[in-house]
Design a protein around this ligand. Structure first.
Ligand code: ZN
Length: 199
C-alpha cells in the first residue's frame, strides 16, 4: 500500500497502462506531474482533453487527424500522384520524419490476417483502389513491414491494383545507414544482396 489517495492511485493505474510505463515509472511520472501541476499537469490535461475530443481518422487516408481530412490530405502541394501505403500511423510518422516523401498516404491499420479475421475491407483496400482511380495516382509505394503478414498484404494490394495502370513499388530492403555487415541478420543480408544496384 502507498500513501497516495484513491484518486491519485486511480491516476497511477491509468498511467501504468501506457506503453513503456510500468507501475513504478507511472508512480514517478504522476508524482512529477503533481509537483509541477501548474506548469505541466494542467496544460497536459487540457491538451489531452482537446485531443480526446477531436481526434478521428482522416476520411481519406486513415491518418489520425483532429479534423475530417488530415493536414497531409488537405495540402495541395502534396498531390504528387504518389500514395505510400503503411500499416500504422506510427509508420506514417516515421516516413514523415525522413522528410523525403512528399506524396500522400494510405494507412491500412493492420495487415491481412485470417486468424484475426482482418480482410481487405477492414484495411480499406477497396478505398485505396478507388483513390488511385479518382486521384490519377501514378505510383503506389508499399512501405509495409518485412514480416510474413506485411508481405502477404503487399502482394494482395499489388494484385488488387493490377490493371489500373498504376506503378506498384516497394521500399528497398537492405543494409541500414551506419550498419555493419557483421551485425546484420541473414535475412537482411540476403535482401540487400537481392536489391543490389550498380555502384
Ligand atoms: Zn489524410
Amino acid at each position: 500500500m502507498s500513501d497516495a489517495t484513491r484518486e491519485i492511485e486511480a491516476l497511477i493505474e491509468l498511467m501504468a497502462r501506457l506503453p513503456g510505463l510500468g507501475p513504478r515509472s507511472a508512480r514517478r511520472a504522476v508524482l512529477h506531474l503533481i509537483k509541477r501541476r501548474g506548469q505541466v499537469m494542467a496544460p497536459l490535461a487540457e491538451a489531452m482533453a482537446g485531443v480526446a475530443r477531436n481526434a478521428r481518422e482522416c476520411a481519406v487516408c486513415g491518418n489520425i487527424a483532429t479534423s475530417d481530412i488530415c493536414d497531409i490530405c488537405s495540402d495541395e502541394r502534396r498531390a504528387t500522384g504518389e500514395i505510400c501505403v503503411v500499416e500504422d500511423v506510427a509508420d506514417l510518422w516515421a516516413m514523415e520524419r525522413g522528410q523525403s516523401f512528399r506524396g500522400r498516404y494510405h494507412v491500412l491499420g493492420g495487415t491481412l490476417s485470417a486468424l484475426d479475421a482482418v480482410g481487405p475491407d477492414e484495411l480499406g483496400i477497396p478505398r485505396l483502389a478507388a483513390r488511385v482511380a479518382q486521384e490519377g495516382t501514378r505510383e503506389v509505394i508499399l512501405a509495409l513491414n518485412a514480416t510474413v503478414d506485411g508481405q502477404t498484404t503487399a502482394h494482395y494490394i499489388a494484385e488488387a491494383l493490377e490493371g489500373t495502370g498504376v506503378a506498384v513499388t516497394s521500399l528497398a530492403q537492405g543494409v541500414p545507414i551506419g550498419g555493419e555487415l557483421d551485425y546484420l541478420d541473414d535475412g537482411t543480408i540476403s535482401a540487400a544482396l537481392r536489391a543490389r544496384k550498380r555502384f
